[in-house]
Ligand binder design. Structure first.
Ligand SMILES: NC(=O)c1ccc[n+]([C@@H]2O[C@H](COP(=O)([O-])OP(=O)(O)OC[C@H]3O[C@@H](n4cnc5c(N)ncnc54)[C@H](O)[C@@H]3O)[C@@H](O)[C@H]2O)c1
Length: 315
C-alpha cells in the first residue's frame, strides 16, 4: 500500500489562503452547476444523546472526497470541540486514497469562502462594509474571507465581547451592537441558530444577508417573515428546505421552491441574481460537500506542487 499524505489543521490553512479558497469554491459551484461534479445527499447518523455524525461525499476534477464530520454540542463542556472529523481524498480513476485532511480547517475555510462568493454575486453594487453576527470559529473565517475579498471595513457583534474584540482587532474592523452589524452592506449571521437575530423590521433596501448558522433541523437565525421578505438564494434546495434557514418559511407556506434560486445558477449566468438595487437578498448556506472538495483539491494541489509539507501514513 503506498503512503498517504496527511495534512493537519495548520497545514491545510497554510496550503489554502482565504483568497484561494474563495476562487476554488466558486469554481466548485460552477463545475457542479455544469453537471461535471457529482454530490449525493449528505447522510446523518445520530449518536444519541451526544450528537450526530455526517458523511458528505462528492466527486469532481479527477478526485473523490468523503468528509466524516461530527456535531456533538455537549463536547465543549468536556473540553472537546463540537465539530471534529476527517476528509479522505481519493483518486477518482483508481479509487486509491491520496490524502487525509483535518476536516475542521477544511470546513472553516469553505464556509467562510462561500460567504464571499455569495456576497460577490448578490450584494448591491458598491457594497463595502461587512457585519458579522456571531464571531465564533466560522464567523471568524467568514470575516477573514470577506476581508480577503476586499471588505476593508466591518462590524463584529457577539454577546461574547472578547470574541468580537479579538476578531475586530485581527482584521482592523470594529465591534458593535447587533444593529450596527445589521447596518452593514453585507451581513453574515454565524450563530448557533437557537434564536432569531434578524427580524422583518431589520431588513433594509440593498442589504445582502449570508445566513450560515442554520445548517441543521431546528436551527434558524431569521424569522420566517424576514426570510419571506427577501429575494432568496440557496446553496442547495434539498438541504436548505430540510435543515437550513429556509426551512421555517417553507413549512409555514410563506416560501415556495420557485422563489429560491441556487447560487450556482447565478454564478453561471443561468438565473438572475439580485432583482434590483433596493431588494434585500438572502443566501441560505447549509454547507455542501462540493465546497469541501474544492478546498481539499486546492490543498492537494499545493502539496503536489511543494508549497506545503505533509505527514504521511501507510495503512
Ligand atoms: N453553513 C455552513 O456551511 C456551516 C458550516 C459550519 C458551521 N455552521 C454552523 O454555524 C454555527 C456557528 O458555528 P461555530 O463553529 O462558529 O460556533 P461557535 O460556537 O464557535 O460560535 C458561535 C458564536 O455565536 C455567538 N452567539 C450566540 N448567540 C448569539 C446571538 N444571539 N447573537 C450573536 N452571536 C451569538 C457565540 O457567542 C459564539 O461566539 C453553528 O450553528 C454551526 O452548525 C454552518
Amino acid at each position: 500500500m503506498p503512503e498517504i499524505a496527511v495534512l493537519d489543521h495548520d497545514a491545510v490553512l497554510s496550503a489554502v489562503s482565504p483568497a484561494a479558497a474563495i476562487a476554488a469554491v466558486r469554481e466548485g459551484f460552477l463545475a457542479h452547476q455544469r453537471g461535471e461534479w457529482a454530490m449525493p445527499a449528505k447522510v446523518y447518523l445520530d449518536s444519541p444523546p451526544f450528537g450526530d455524525f455526517r458523511a458528505m461525499p462528492a466527486r469532481g476534477g479527477g478526485l473523490a472526497l468523503l468528509k466524516w464530520i461530527t456535531s456533538f454540542p455537549g463536547n465543549p463542556a468536556r473540553g472537546l470541540p463540537t465539530v471534529t472529523g476527517v476528509v479522505c481524498l481519493s483518486d477518482a480513476r483508481t479509487g486509491e486514497p491520496l490524502m487525509l485532511l483535518d476536516a475542521r480547517s477544511v470546513t472553516a475555510l469553505r464556509t467562510g469562502a462561500v460567504a464571499a462568493v455569495a456576497a460577490d454575486a448578490l450584494a448591491a453594487p458598491g457594497a463595502g462594509t461587512a457585519g458579522i453576527v456571531g464571531c465564533g470559529l466560522h464567523g471568524a473565517w467568514t470575516a477573514r474571507c470577506l476581508a480577503a475579498a476586499g471588505y476593508a471595513q466591518g462590524v463584529c457583534h457577539d454577546p461574547d465581547g472578547a470574541a468580537a474584540e479579538r476578531l475586530a482587532a485581527e482584521l482592523g474592523w470594529r465591534t458593535g451592537s447587533r444593529a450596527d452589524a445589521l447596518a452593514c452592506d453585507v451581513v453574515s449571521c454565524v450563530t448557533p441558530g437557537h434564536e432569531p437575530v434578524v427580524e422583518a423590521g431589520d431588513l433594509r433596501p440593498g442589504m445582502h444577508l449570508n445566513m450560515l448558522g442554520a445548517d441543521g433541523p431546528g436551527k434558524a437565525e431569521a424569522t420566517p417573515a424576514a426570510v419571506a421578505s427577501c429575494a432568496l438564494f440557496c446553496d442547495e434546495w434539498e438541504q436548505a428546505v430540510h435543515g437550513g434557514e429556509l426551512t421555517g418559511a417553507v413549512a409555514a407556506g410563506l416560501v415556495r421552491r420557485e422563489q429560491v434560486t441556487p447560487l450556482g445558477d447565478v454564478l453561471a449566468g443561468a438565473a438572475p441574481g439580485r432583482p434590483g438595487p433596493d431588494a434585500a437578498t438572502l443566501f441560505d448556506s447549509t454547507g455542501l460537500a462540493i465546497q469541501d472538495l474544492a478546498v481539499a483539491a486546492a490543498a492537494h494541489a499545493a502539496w503536489r506542487e511543494g508549497r506545503v509539507g505533509a505527514q504521511s501514513v501507510r495503512l
